[in-house]
Design a protein around this ligand. Structure first.
Ligand code: KG4
Ligand code: ZN
Length: 329
């Protein structure tokens, strides 16, 4: 069988394809983003996302195959995101993968998107040391977990309401930033001072998160103080998020001593978050494992690398959509 897995990702608003070897070398990666499609709505508009996937999925796969000079004979499998995600978006990638699998006579593996993020820190180079505490912070999820080996995952905590990325995007919208707001929020915050003491929800209460109260306080603050500098509001909001994330990771590492801290998901692209985690890990003598920046946000290379884990274990989860899917499955 071939030496590459073709990864396909379409769970949200990016259509992505990548070709990855078993050791995590990325031969080619193509991402067709839909920012222009959703910008006017300040969030992902599900029906438009599905339609944009329909238009871009085949060209994206053709391009990645051409970029790597690959043929179907080079493929050991196709790994495609089966969930969690938007039903219409998932169906486009899954049906495309199913068709290609039949046509090319290649097995199709339904991959958990969250497992993909976990593997992103091992792309290009193996970085993750076990046992590890995992902080997964994306648009859809805020998860603390512990891994004792690849695929051996125990949940420690998740969010009661909004994810961190969601809070970034919703507060970003209040500040007039384009969607997704993460990168623009970081740039704005860098020009301000954390003058406003926003709440740090549940900071001393275990390993669960809550971010919707923080978002509401920012909204109330902006109503009461319409002349506050947006840079300072952004800096104060980011400071509150970072304080919470640092406190939770610190507690997880204290309660479950581990060799490494792995921070993945779209928000792990944030420079201030990376700096904060690096300083904390240095103090604790824990190794910090981060994906290269381009693999922090959604991509198909991480899906392909996760698919290698399934293939090695002889697992072939069916390529059917699972809108909700825990990280442990
Ligand atoms: O992992 P991801 O690409 O998609 C999901 O699986 O949800 O994460 C997207 C999230 C968005 O909320 C976006 O605002 C945030 O990641 N994000 C960032 C940065 N880049 C993306 N947040 C903070 N700083 C960034 N540089
Ligand atoms: Zn994601």
């Amino acid at each position: 069988s071939g030496r590459l897995i073709l990864g396909i990702e379409s769970s949200c608003d990016d259509t992505a394809a990548a070709l990855v070897t078993e050791s995590g070398e990325v031969l080619a990666s193509v991402i067709a983003a839909q920012e222009e499609v959703h910008n006017a709505f300040g969030g992902v508009y599900p029906e438009f996302a599905s339609r944009a996937h329909v238009v871009s999925v085949i060209p994206t796969i053709e391009k990645v195959m051409a970029d790597a000079g690959a043929t179907p004979a080079d493929l050991a499998a196709i790994g495609v995101t089966r969930g969690p995600g938007l039903i219409g978006s998932l169906l486009v990638g899954l049906n495309t993968a199913a068709g290609l699998g039949v046509g090319w006579n290649v097995p199709v593996i339904g991959v958990n998107h969250l497992r993909g993020h976990l593997r992103s820190a091992d792309l290009e180079q193996a970085r993750v040391k076990y046992p590890a505490i995992i902080l997964l912070v994306s648009g859809g999820h805020s998860i603390l977990a512990r891994m004792t080996g690849p695929g051996e995952i125990a949940m420690l905590g998740t969010t009661r309401d909004d994810s961190v990325g969601e809070a970034f995007d919703k507060v970003g919208r209040m500040l007039g930033l384009p969607f997704p707001a993460g990168p623009a929020m970081d740039r704005l915050a860098a020009q301000g001072q954390p003058l406003f003491k926003f709440p740090r929800p549940m900071i001393n209460e275990g390993l669960e998160f809550s971010f919707s109260g923080l978002k509401s306080s920012v909204a109330r603050h902006m109503e009461k103080h319409p002349d506050a500098r947006l840079e300072d509001v952004a800096a104060s909001f980011v400071a509150a998020c970072l304080d919470v994330l640092e406190a939770k990771c610190r507690l997880a590492l204290t309660e479950h001593p581990s060799t490494a801290l792995v921070v993945v998901g779209g928000v792990s692209a944030s420079p201030p978050l990376r700096a904060r985690m690096a300083a904390m890990c240095e103090g604790l003598g824990v190794e910090l494992c981060l994906p290269p920046l381009r693999w922090s946000t959604d991509n198909a290379a991480m899906i392909a690398l996760a698919a290698w884990d399934y293939l090695r274990a002889g697992l072939y989860p069916p390529a059917v959509p699972q809108v909700r899917l825990p990280i442990t499955q």
